[in-house]
Ligand binder design. Structure first.
Ligand SMILES: Nc1ncnc2c1ncn2[C@@H]1O[C@H](COP(=O)(O)OP(=O)(O)OP(=O)(O)O)[C@@H](O)[C@H]1O
Ligand SMILES: [Mg+2]
Length: 503
């Protein structure tokens, strides 16, 4: 038991302008969960893409199950037993769950695809994982959390012996995370080696045996999880100590900025009413699926409203589409950054400039490149986006740095209300603090901040007031200095409990 199954030595990899990996060492044993930790852009995903054959290394050697591999392609990696669940979901949105699971290794009868066989196998795997999905469902219509579960099911369907999970829980609900941990423990029992990448450090204690820490493309150290303190781990990741995880600034609560009245939208959002004031951050807590994202989308004009008034600085504004909201001064950093928040094929510069063209163009509609560069430099600098140049495709940034661009483009304009939907998802400890500082700065500038987050500690640590939602409705409001996790949870599950007790 516990023999070394993967050993990577002196692995280097460069992209134009970046040395993503610099002589990195990595080792994985059978039957263990190895956490791979590091800040955004440290090189974690790149290293694991090399192990799974997605990228080829520039230098170094790689031994898997005792055999040395030079250039490994994805198919070979799969045959050796390596499966990877990518950080950014990689599903074909128009295909079904079963089709996605068997993509590239379809089951056939003669020359025909055997859909029934694939669907039956998919159903078995989904049942095994207790995932409530039908194999025929179209992936693009599923919420992010479910797509994530499909990725996991897909990886397991290949009978992987080395399973790499790159940020698997960032979009999962508490219950789904429990299911995932149960699956991970089972796989461990069967002798699988699991690489687990996560920025949610608090969850590591439930499953992790060892940790490997990287920083700036280099290997820093590995240790038994039990022998390390969290402060030690963080200090190794960041290269310095982080004193305040939730920096708080006190502001005078100012004028009323936004009133949302009687908002009804889609299947979920019912009679949502709240107000935002200058100088405060209002946290929206709740479980995944509570209707918070839907509320933000309806306000921003992405989804139609059935009813509801939006009053901004005392004046009613009519919002039919995002453009109306942006013009009025209400902006949104959405939850699903890849789909809604970024043009992944465009450069960082264009991503920041595009929604701000009205500020960058002269009267003839010509973009001022001086202004454009100033704006982009400011965003990249303020948020410490890790990139060699502004011309890098946004899709090539590390996950956390993508998020910074999504948030950053809105900071360039004088908005009155900034809505953040899960802004720290997939972001490292140090960058989280940067995002909090950013929200605090907006708050100090008199901008009303709406902060949707499923992570209770950060809502309690950063928001001034907490509104809790459950099942599309607001179930309560708490002052954050008085709020406890229990109170929030009780409000967040208010209707579920009623159903459970038959009320
Ligand atoms: N295809 C690519 N083209 C250009 N640069 C890339 C590419 N892939 C990664 N990089 C760069 O390599 C570095 C390491 O990125 P990587 O995605 O491995 O970081 P990470 O540790 O996974 O970060 P995160 O926690 O944010 O996901 C980053 O500077 C990133 O911008
Ligand atoms: Mg990554």
């Amino acid at each position: 038991m516990n023999e070394t199954i993967v050993s990577m030595e002196n692995i280097s990899k460069s992209f134009p302008g970046v040395k993503a990996l610099d002589h990195v060492h990595f080792e994985l044993r059978s039957g263990e969960v190895m956490a791979l930790l590091g800040e955004n852009g440290a090189g974690k995903s790149t290293l694991m893409k090399i192990l799974s054959g997605v990228y080829t290394r520039d230098e170094g050697s790689m031994t898997i199950f005792g055999r040395e591999y030079g250039d490994l392609n994805p198919k070979q990696a799969q045959e050796v037993g390596v499966a990877i669940i990518h950080q950014e979901l990689n599903m074909c949105r128009h295909l079904s769950v079963a089709e996605n699971m068997f993509l590239g290794r379809e089951k056939r009868k003669g020359i025909m695809l055997s859909n029934s066989e694939m669907e039956a196998e998919a159903q078995r795997i989904l049942d095994d994982l207790k995932i409530d999905l039908r194999p025929q469902q179209v992936v693009g219509e599923l919420p992010v959390s479910m797509q994530q579960m499909v990725e996991i099911a897909k990886a397991l369907s290949t009978n992987a012996k080395i399973l790499i999970m790159d940020e698997p829980t960032s979009a999962l609900t508490a219950r789904e995370i429990e299911d995932l941990f149960r699956i991970i423990r089972e796989l461990k029992e069967r002798g699988c080696g699991i690489v687990y990448i996560s920025h949610r450090l608090e969850e590591l204690q439930h499953i992790v045996d060892r940790v490997t820490i990287m920083r700036d493309g280099q290997y820093i150290t590995s240790m038994n999880f039990k022998d390390a303190t969290m402060d030690e781990i963080i200090a190794n990741m960041v290269g310095r100590e982080i004193k305040e995880k939730f920096p708080r600034v006190e502001c005078e609560k100012g004028k009323l900025v936004l009133e949302v009245k009687n908002l009804n939208a889609g299947r979920l959002v019912r009679n949502v009413e709240f107000s935002l004031y200058e100088g405060e951050i209002v946290g929206f807590a709740g479980l995944m699926g509570a209707g918070r994202t839907e509320t933000t989308r309806a306000i921003f004009g992405v989804d139609p409203k059935e009813s509801g008034d939006i009053v901004l600085d005392g004046k009613e504004v009519v919002i039919h589409k995002p453009e109306d909201a942006i013009k009025a001064g209400i902006v949104l950093a959405p939850e699903d950054r890849k789909k809604d928040g970024l043009c992944t094929k465009l450069s960082i510069r264009h991503n920041i400039a595009l929604p701000n063209l009205d500020l960058l163009c002269n009267k003839l509609g010509v973009v001022s490149s001086v202004k454009e560069h100033e704006m982009c430099d400011r965003v990249v600098e303020n948020l410490k986006v890790k990139t060699p140049t502004m011309e890098v495709e946004a899709g090539n940034l590390s996950g956390g740095n993508q998020q910074k661009v999504v948030v950053g483009k809105w900071l360039a304009r004088n908005s009155r209300v900034v809505i953040f939907d899960e802004p720290t998802r997939g972001i490292d400890v140090a960058a989280k603090v940067e995002i909090y500082n950013l929200m605090n700065e907006l708050k100090q500038q008199g901008i009303a901040v709406m902060f949707v987050s499923s992570e209770m500690p950060e809502v309690m640590g950063i928001a001034d007031r907490i509104i809790v939602m459950c099942d599309g409705r607001i179930t309560g409001e708490l002052k954050s200095e008085e709020a406890t996790q229990n109170q929030i949870l009780t409000l967040a599950t208010q209707f579920e409990k009623k159903i459970a007790s038959g009320e």
